[in-house]
Design a protein around this ligand. Structure first.
Ligand SMILES: Nc1ncnc2c1ncn2[C@@H]1O[C@H](COP(=O)(O)OP(=O)(O)OP(=O)(O)O)[C@@H](O)[C@H]1O
Ligand code: SF4
Ligand SMILES: [Mg+2]
Length: 377
């Protein structure tokens, strides 16, 4: 279909104080009630989410009548991560390393096998029903596949407002249609398309619907699980820009998952690199891109295409050999050792801790050393 993007929104968004902003901050009549009921925002920079030793092991079963467990897929196997208010943490890694499982654990779609998720200092696993309900509202998710993540039988308006059936206090019944239209407008869609169905929209527009659905619940945190991977490059930039605008406007915090390091770099304050269920390196955008110290990060960076022609010849080329081992049977010691050109005996015996070994940021490598892979101007 033709572009359903609202022309008014681009202009209003550029002003920074459009109808959407009004919707969020100074609401008339019914909406004002919801604004006053909204929980107080945490102060900027304060730790919002803390993940400690998070694990998720899926049982591997055999047999049709008598199902027995023959092993476990260690999808997430000891992840530590911190997210502060207002920041974007990028999570990158190859397919199958456990990124989506982390995101599902975060939004309580899966239960951890071990470890803790602390939200504003409270353990999510120990929250009572009321606190868990509030948590589910405050921590929203945007999925990778804009085609599978929207119910094709529901109108866009019903999709965006669905969460209000559970979280009734967020939007009083009166005025919900207007609010839904304001949300559509804010994410760059024509508010008049509220009665259309997902199949009438393009991939980028559907992802905007997903963003409006998340935004409708006034979240603090949005877990963005590869939100632009399925989109054309030009549309990717538009969606990333929209997410950045919304972050500034509503003080949102993002966990931004991607396998493309260049996308993560654009949007993230801090970056965590995952390999086979674990974080292997973590640091600011500058640290991880400018002086990566884990061999896997260096290899990942080396595979990112450079857009600046004059820098292309200066890139360090690292070709990784072998496949990612099965998370059902990960290598002993360092999980990266089967593909690492620096591996030594100790790597098979001792799992390297994620600590700072003098590079100024943590890296899970016994022989961590900074190496400039991609020239920074
Ligand atoms: N429900 C499940 N049951 C069994 N194994 C699972 C389940 N969900 C995920 N896995 C396995 O856990 C591992 C991690 O999967 P996950 O989807 O988290 O990876 P990912 O990093 O998001 O990959 P991608 O980049 O392809 O989306 C994979 O080996 C996957 O097959
Ligand atoms: S600990 Fe050893 S195998 Fe692992 S990344 Fe470092 S050098 Fe390579
Ligand atoms: Mg995934």
């Amino acid at each position: 279909m033709s572009d359903a993007t609202s022309g008014s929104t681009a202009a209003s968004s550029a002003r920074g104080t459009d109808r959407g902003a009004g919707w969020a901050r100074t609401e008339p009549s019914g909406a004002a009630g919801a604004a006053s009921q909204a929980p107080p925002r945490a102060a900027a920079g304060e730790t919002l989410l803390e993940i400690r030793g998070l694990e998720k092991h899926f049982p591997l079963t055999q047999g049709v009548v008598f199902r027995r467990t023959v092993g476990h897929v260690r999808a997430v196997d000891g992840v530590d991560l911190t997210m502060r208010r207002g920041e974007t943490v990028g999570l990158v890694g190859e397919s199958g390393c456990g990124k989506s499982t982390v995101s599902k654990l975060l939004v309580a779609l899966e239960k951890p096998t071990a470890g803790e998720i602390l939200y504003k200092g409270r353990d999510v696993a120990r929250m009572n029903r009321r606190a868990l309900k509030a948590y589910r509202r405050e921590v929203q998710i945007i999925f990778q596949d804009p085609y599978a993540s929207l119910n094709p039988r529901m109108t866009v308006g019903d999709i965006v407002s669905e969460g209000w059936a559970v979280h009734t206090d967020v939007a009083p019944k009166k005025g919900r249609l207007q609010r839904t239209q304001e949300l559509l407008d804010r994410v760059g869609l024509n508010p008049d398309y509220v009665n259309r169905y997902p199949h009438q929209f393009s991939g980028g527009q559907r992802q905007r619907i997903g963003i409006a659905r998340a935004l409708a619940l006034r979240p603090e945190v949005i877990v963005c699980d590869e939100p632009v991977s399925a989109l054309d490059v030009s549309v990717q930039a538009q969606v990333v820009n929209l997410l950045e605008d919304l972050q500034d406007e509503f003080g949102l915090s993002y966990l931004f998952i991607a396998h493309d390091l260049s996308v993560v770099r654009h949007i993230s304050d801090r970056v965590a690199v995952m390999y086979l269920g674990r974080v292997v390196e973590e640091g600011t955008d500058e640290q991880v891109y400018g002086s990566p110290s884990h061999p896997y990060t260096q290899a990942l960076l080396s595979s990112v295409p450079l857009h600046e022609p004059h820098l292309r010849g200066q890139k360090d080329r690292i070709l990784l050999e072998g496949d990612v081992p099965s998370p059902a049977d990960p290598p002993s010691g360092c999980r990266f050792r089967t593909r690492c050109w620096k591996a030594q005996d100790i790597c098979a015996q001792e799992p390297p801790a994620l600590v700072d070994r003098g590079q100024g940021h943590p890296s899970a490598c016994h022989f961590a050393e900074a190496r400039t892979v991609v020239p920074t101007e």
